[in-house]
Ligand binder design. Structure first.
Ligand code: SF4
Length: 389
């Protein structure tokens, strides 16, 4: 990232450049400056990036190709009714755009992601491909034991890539650093929930997403400057409705679609973009066994998600609690086409929202969308129906 970026607006512009650069120039430059260093990709939703950091490896978020890539090769490996991110991620690989990766992690979030891991293994035999099996029953007392063991297995693979054993000290340091990163992100989300007119989602999103590409210490400094810049902003709220956006936890919506929601009359108080990178509700403890602490935090201190099966509390209850806590007027359910986990949860959310008399709007998108007229009209109509009811 070039030096001298200072204002919040400059940071937004530069971060947008970073996240829309499908050649991952920033990562390539970093690797050229650190010839012995390794890079591991993280497919959404959640990766324990602390394990990667502790192995001395740079974790990089791999979120598909957005609306800037033609699917020319990946279609032959997947059915037509599969979400876009699966195909565009493979397309990135098949066109050499991910050739800087030494490894990539996938997880048990859905069948398409499971298949993508196997397709990567077959098509890129020299790449370290690992698949993390998260526990299916979080209410089980054995879930923590199981996940700790699973993380230790993943760690052994990362040690091979990093070429050195991972120490407990390195793990604690990595947890501590990521705690700092997530606390800054939480501060930004809190600020935005209280004063959404000062921090549009279309600005916050690229700034945080740049943190999935840049080295974490560099991004922490950037977030600190950005936070200060946003705090200095002034302005009055406009006549808009205050919404939560739910459903975009894996395949990410185009930034212009997020901007379109706001321009059509919404203030976004909260969203689930990049959810896995913001996974924990509070700091992960740094006393005790760090691997176990990460596993425990996954089970007891993490956000709800359609890709997590937690029978201890209904996801719709979490959503309603968020609506009430933040004082939202409505929910925009923004779901990528063919996303099974999101679409399975939608009927449950819809029933709960209707029973609680919380208005909601269902919007389906694809990462490759670049015309938003229809969505804009739908959102404008929804906003007017609430403002002038
Ligand atoms: S967008 Fe949905 S269906 Fe596609 S990989 Fe992600 S969670 Fe799975």
């Amino acid at each position: 990232m070039r030096a001298g970026v200072e204002t919040a607006e400059e940071i937004v512009a530069r971060c947008r450049e970073v996240v829309e650069d499908l050649s991952f120039q920033t990562v390539r430059e970093w690797k050229a400056q650190h010839p012995k260093a390794r890079v591991v990709g993280c497919y959404p939703v959640y990766s324990p990036v602390e394990l990667i950091h502790a192995a001395g490896i740079l974790p990089v978020g791999i979120f598909g190709g957005g609306n800037q890539i033609e699917i020319a090769h990946a279609d032959a490996r997947f059915q037509s009714f599969v979400c876009s991110i699966v195909k565009s991620t493979l397309e990135l690989g098949l066109t050499g755009r991910l050739d800087f990766l030494d490894g990539i992690l996938f997880h048990s979030i859905c069948d398409p992601a499971r298949n993508l891991a196997s397709v990567f293994q077959r098509n890129f035999p020299s790449l370290h491909v690992d698949y993390i099996h998260f526990p299916q029953n979080l209410a089980s007392p054995l879930a923590e034991v199981y996940l700790t063991q699973e993380y230790r297995r993943v760690l052994r693979g990362l040690e091979k890539i990093g070429g050195q054993p991972v120490t407990e000290e390195a793990l604690v340091q990595a947890i501590s650093t990521m705690n700092r990163w997530r606390s800054l992100v939480r501060e930004l989300y809190t600020l935005r929930a209280l004063q959404p007119h000062l921090l549009p989602a279309a600005e916050l999103y690229p700034v945080i997403r740049a943190g999935t590409v840049l080295p974490v210490q560099e991004h922490i400094r950037l977030l600190e400057i950005f936070l200060e810049g946003v705090r200095r902003r002034e302005g009055k709220p406009k006549d808009r409705i205050r919404v939560l956006v739910e459903g975009s936890f894996c395949e990410q919506p185009p930034i212009d679609l997020i901007a379109c929601l706001e321009e059509a009359g919404c203030y976004v108080l909260d969203d689930d973009f990049l959810l896995g990178w913001r996974w924990f509700l509070e700091d992960v403890p740094i006393d005790g066994d760090p691997v176990q602490a990460l596993a425990r935090a996954y089970i007891h201190r993490s956000v709800y998600s359609p890709t997590k099966h937690d029978l201890r509390r209904r996801k719709s209850d979490h959503l309603l609690e968020k609506v009430r806590t933040l004082g939202a007027d409505a929910v925009v359910v923004l779901i990528p086409k063919f996303c099974e986990p999101a679409l399975f949860d939608y009927p449950l959310y819809r029933r709960a929202l209707e029973e609680a008399r919380v208005p909601h709007l269902f919007v389906e998108y694809e990462e490759k969308m670049w015309i938003f007229d229809r969505v804009r009209t739908e959102v404008e109509t929804f906003v007017e129906s609430l403002l002038f009811d």
